[in-house]
Structure formats: C-alpha cells, structure tokens
Design a protein around this ligand. Structure first.
Ligand code: C5P
Length: 228
C-alpha cells in the first residue's frame, strides 16, 4: 500500500504581502514549503511527493528544494485555482504505484506524524478522511442583507484542515467529474462529496494552522518556540 502526497503550492499569497509567495518565506530560517516537505519526507509511509508550483516560481522552487531534499520531490504545473493545481498533480506519473493520496497545503507546516497516520488509517477503513476541529466560536448562517438566518449546533460542525486523504481511484473519479461539471470546491473533500461519496472525519490539530497572514507567521513562530 503506497501513499503519495500532493502539495499544492501554486498560490500567489496576495493576502500575505511581500514579493515572495508566503510558502517560500522563512519560518525560523527554514522556508514554509521546506518544512512541510520535510515532515512528509521523514515518514517511512510516504512514497511520492508531488508539488504543484506556478510556472513563474518553478525554477526558484526547484533550486530551493534541491538545496534541502535533492531528487525527493516531483513538480507539476499549478493552475489558476487550487483545484486545477491538484487536478494537474493527479495526472503525474509518480502516482502510478500509489493507492492512497494525501493532499496537504504547502502553508501548513506544523502538523505532526500522528495526524498523518490518523488520516492514512481512516482512509484505509473509509476511503476518504479529513481532519477537523470543533469550532470555538458559535457559527451562524447569515442572510445577504446582514441578519442571522440560522445558528448551528457547534458539536455538529468541523473546521477542516489538511492533510486530507483519499483512495486514489476515488479522488481521480471525483476530480474528473468535478472538472466536467465545472464544480469548484474549497477543499478536496468537497470534490469527493460532490461525487456523493462519504468522507470520514478524524481529530485535527490546534497547531496545524494555515499560514495566511503575517500574524499567522508570528503565531507559527510562537508555536515552534514552544516546542523547543
Ligand atoms: O489560496 P489558499 O489559501 O486556499 O491556498 C491553499 C494552498 O493551495 C496553498 O498552499 C497555495 O499555494 C495552493 N494553491 C495552489 N494553486 C492555486 C491556489 C492555491 O496550489 N491556484
């Protein structure tokens, strides 16, 4: 049973500011994407690692990766949407021997091996699995004119993270269908849900934050300091 990882890293990171997309920015001297790849590369369960990068950043990303993990990763072209970046990665030949595929955002470097194993184990049992946390805030659905339409039961809600894991054939089917129908989901599970397949939920991790703003980067620095 071989597990491959797709790391979408083709975003331009406009919410972060600066010239360099945030996935290439250093966190305690090591670029975010290198930390993310390093975590997966250190796990014996993980086979192929495929990174989707934008054409403009391809040379830069390859040079950076070669410095830390020469010959460990494969590259594919990113698309205009995250979903297209994943779809491109799914066509890569390096996936040939994988039967499980994990998808993990380049900008979430603080996950643990335990989370990856929890997701892989659940994929083996259920075919699709995602990590989630129960939101701390009460979540309400709003009307377009700014009123509350509905309040949800927090215990039944999940704030969803990556890595999200899938049986490879299921994910391929789901992505093909979504591309044909021009359905765009905000995560990979929503593409599988669109196909009508069940997705199992495992416990996420508080520190597995998605680094989107400068403040997230400061928080990530604190988390790393705490781990020292
Ligand atoms: O934009 P968002 O925060 O959802 O991005 C999540 C991940 O998807 C990031 O690692 C980003 O680089 C990647 N992405 C991508 N291709 C895009 C947009 C985002 O690979 N077109």
């Amino acid at each position: 049973m071989s597990v491959a990882v797709i790391i979408p890293a083709a975003g331009s990171g406009t919410r972060f500011g600066g010239n360099l997309p945030k996935q290439y920015m250093p966190l305690h001297e090591i670029p975010l994407i290198i930390r993310t790849v390093g975590m997966f590369a250190s796990l014996p369960e993980i086979g192929a690692i495929i990174i989707a990068v934008s054409d403009e950043m391809k040379e830069f990303a390859e040079t950076m990766m070669n410095e830390y993990y020469p010959k460990r990763v494969h590259f594919t072209s990113g698309g205009s949407e995250r979903q297209i970046s994943i779809y491109n990665a799914l066509q890569h030949g390096a996936l040939e021997h994988a039967n499980t595929v994990l998808v993990h955002d380049a900008v979430r470097p603080l996950f643990t091996p335990a989370l990856v194993r929890r997701v892989i184990d659940a994929v083996r049992e259920h075919g699709a699995a995602i990590p989630a946390l129960t939101p701390k805030d009460t979540i309400k659905k709003l009307t377009r004119d700014g009123f509350v339409e509905q309040t949800y039961n927090r215990a039944m809600l999940g704030s969803v993270q990556t890595p999200q894991g899938f049986d490879k054939e299921l994910l391929l089917d789901a992505y093909r269908e979504a591309m044909l129908d021009k359905f765009i989901g905000t995560d990979d599970a929503s593409v599988v849900e669109y196909l009508g397949s069940p997705v199992f939920v495992v416990q996420g991790e508080e520190d597995n934050i998605k680094i989107t703003t400068q403040r997230d980067m400061q928080l990530a620095e604190l988390i790393l300091k705490d781990r020292e």
